[in-house]
Design a protein around this ligand. Structure first.
Ligand code: AMP
Ligand code: MG
Length: 345
């Protein structure tokens, strides 16, 4: 095992929880390579991710993607300090491909294996964006599976201030996209279409009473579906772009509002964001403006580090490496990890 006190560890990150096979190498917080192979084009034909196809695509790609990550980082595998891999949450078959590959690497090279919770990975993406970033900070996490406002107190611990009571924001984007006959994944397509429309269709409120942080996406999603069906059944013309724009504003404005309430409650001076929905340009703009008005620092990971990637897995791997938190070779994949369990290492 390499010297754990080594100042700048070299970490290989591997991600295979859904339809992206990704590998990245970091030295400390410096990103040396960042590779990705996606089976999204195949999946798009089916309107969503087919788990069996995703697993097979990972099995075919993982070897080559890892080799590319090492080559582009100009690093020999023998130089690695540790290998960090997503063990959950995600599609079990897909996770097992990356996990088994990482175990082989760890065993063969005699270096530590680090099991990364995918959600903690999304949080850690911000560490790569700003190399000086340290807790405490407040995070708006919005992905295909989670939507929550989190307060990271220490590197190994965050608190959940609140979040969605039903669908995740990304899930709502994907479902509304399907109704608008847009391809999977819907987020980027809705964003593009929304640019051509206006926010003119009334949308239901998503906030629950009581003034807490929780909100609901299912009513918003149903309202959009009902609107489109009603117009189509009555043979009435409507603007898909206006639907996209009105939905996008309703879905994202609430996230910015609740994040800023979190800033005021916790006294956080730094806000970060993570998850695929954080790649949305409208959300990024709104959050940037709100943080400027509130005079807090905003650390927004690059768009490619908001959607699934291995750089963020390596970044969380670094946090755990420094804590000496290594996994046994018996580490298993987990399809779902409740947020309260992700909250503590
Ligand atoms: P993740 O679960 O973090 O991999 O994020 C995937 C989710 O993010 C999917 O539901 C996508 O539709 C959504 N997403 C990706 N890009 C965007 C975007 N530009 N705007 C809104 N949602 C997005
Ligand atoms: Mg994700």
């Amino acid at each position: 095992m390499k010297d754990l006190m080594q100042q700048e560890p070299l970490i290989l990150g591997i991600e295979s929880s859904c339809d992206e096979t990704a590998a990245a190498v970091i030295r400390g917080r410096e990103l040396l390579s960042d590779e990705i192979a996606s089976s999204a084009a195949t999946q798009a034909k089916y309107g969503g991710v087919v788990p069996e196809l995703a697993s097979r695509a990972h099995a075919e790609a993982v070897d080559e993607v890892v080799a590319r990550a090492l080559k582009n980082a100009n690093v020999k595998k023998e130089e690695l300090s540790a290998v960090a891999v997503t063990y959950g949450a995600g599609l079990l078959g897909a996770l097992l491909v990356g996990l088994s590959f990482a175990k082989g690497f760890s065993y063969g090279l005699g270096i530590p294996l680090i099991g990364v919770d995918h959600i903690r990975g999304h949080l850690a993406a911000a560490y790569l964006e700003d190399k000086t970033l340290e807790p405490p900070f407040l995070t708006l996490l919005a992905s295909g599976g989670h939507t929550a406002i989190l307060y990271t107190e220490r590197a190994d611990k965050f608190r959940v201030l609140g979040g969605t009571l039903d669908d995740a924001a990304g899930e709502a984007f994907d479902k509304v996209a399907r109704v608008l006959s847009l391809p999977y994944p819907g987020g980027p397509h809705i964003e593009a279409l929304a640019r051509e429309g206006n926010d003119v269709i009334p949308m239901p409120k998503m906030l629950k009473g009581g003034g807490g942080y929780d909100f609901s996406y299912s009513g918003l999603k149903t309202a959009v579906i009902n609107y489109v069906h009603k117009m189509e059944q009555s043979d009435l013309a409507y603007s898909r772009a206006d639907v996209a724009c009105s939905f996008q504003h309703a879905a994202l404005d609430v996230l910015v509002k609740k994040t800023m309430e979190g800033v005021r409650e916790t006294g956080a001076r730094v806000v970060t964001a993570g998850g695929g929905v954080a790649a949305n340009g409208y959300l990024r703009e709104r959050l940037t403006r709100a943080c400027r008005e509130e005079n807090v620092r905003l650390v927004l990971p690059a768009k490619k580090h908001c959607t699934d990637n291995a750089a963020m897995i390596a970044a969380e791997g670094l946090v755990q490496y420094r804590l000496g938190n290594f996994a046994p070779l018996s580490l298993n994949a987990e399809a779902s990890i409740p947020l309260h369990r992700s909250a503590r290492l």
